[in-house]
Design a protein around this ligand. Structure first.
Ligand code: BTN
Length: 246
């Protein structure tokens, strides 16, 4: 369960570290915490079927193989919360700027996205056998094709080796995952909530019914988010129903 000392496998180039980890899982049972990192991905995958692009050697692109305990198989979003906490703390370790989690599991420095998480699962029949936790964390990149992206460097931190950032991330993910396995899911949810973006003020969101101005109330362990609008209406949204307008 503690995997902070497993040496990462570093690849110069791959299609996607998540795809690489899934292939490894198909042909073997790698140790829990096995970690595959790459300097460059030709087909980096993001959430909602988007691509994840990252300039060669500038950022951290990594996937961890985990075997989540049966106890959380009814609430798989707890693993997302756990990973988001570890990524948030890792970024915060290297910057003096405020780092927040944006539901579901983006991590922002200020109001810009500095890291994203894509969890892909392997099922054996109806059993959750393994999870591949893929993390893209922007370290040194300063030129982005979208306005709302940033990196540690672009937000004022010193240039860092992605390997140094990975050491920090491994320690923190191992720590929080160990807590999840010990049954500390309420505490993890509490910490996730504490660092959640959008609780204090109204922000603009796109919904299936059109744009709304709303504040975040809470995120359930099934991944849905509860929002309250400026008019005081509360509503739950799932992952496909709500998006922040940056
Ligand atoms: C997002 O869209 O916010 C999630 C991005 C996740 C990107 C990482 S980079 C390492 C791993 N390999 C992939 O192909 N995707 C994830």
């Amino acid at each position: 369960m503690n995997f902070e000392r497993i040496p990462p496998l570093w690849l110069d180039e791959t299609d996607s570290t998540n795809a690489e980890a899934m292939r490894l899982l198909k042909r073997s049972k790698p140790a829990e915490g096995t970690c595959i990192a790459a300097q460059f991905q030709t087909e980096g995958r993001g959430q909602r079927s988007n691509a994840w692009s990252s300039r060669p050697r500038e950022n951290l692109l990594v996937s961890f193989i985990l075997y989540p305990p049966l106890a959380i198989s009814g609430a798989p979003f707890l693993l997302s919360k756990t990973a988001a906490l570890a990524v948030r703390e890792t970024l915060q370790h290297f910057t003096t700027e405020e780092v927040h989690i944006k539901w579901p599991n983006d991590v922002l420095i200020g109001r810009k996205k500095a890291a994203g998480i894509l969890i892909e699962n392997q099922w054996m029949g109806s059993q959750w056998h393994a999870a591949v936790v893929g993390i893209g964390l922007n370290v040194n990149q300063t030129i982005f094709s979208v306005e709302h992206a940033t990196s540690l460097r672009a937000s004022g931190a010193d240039a860092l080796a992605p390997e140094t950032v990975l050491t920090e991330l491994q320690t923190r993910l191992s720590h929080h995952y160990h807590r999840l396995c010990k049954g500390e899911s309420q505490a993890i949810s509490g910490q996730y909530h504490d660092r959640l973006f959008g609780k204090e003020n109204n922000h603009s969101y796109e919904t299936l019914e059109g744009p709304i101005e709303a504040k975040v109330l809470r995120v359930l362990d099934d991944g849905r988010i509860e929002m309250v609008t400026g008019q005081g209406n509360t509503r739950l949204y799932d992952l496909s129903e709500l998006r922040l307008i940056y």
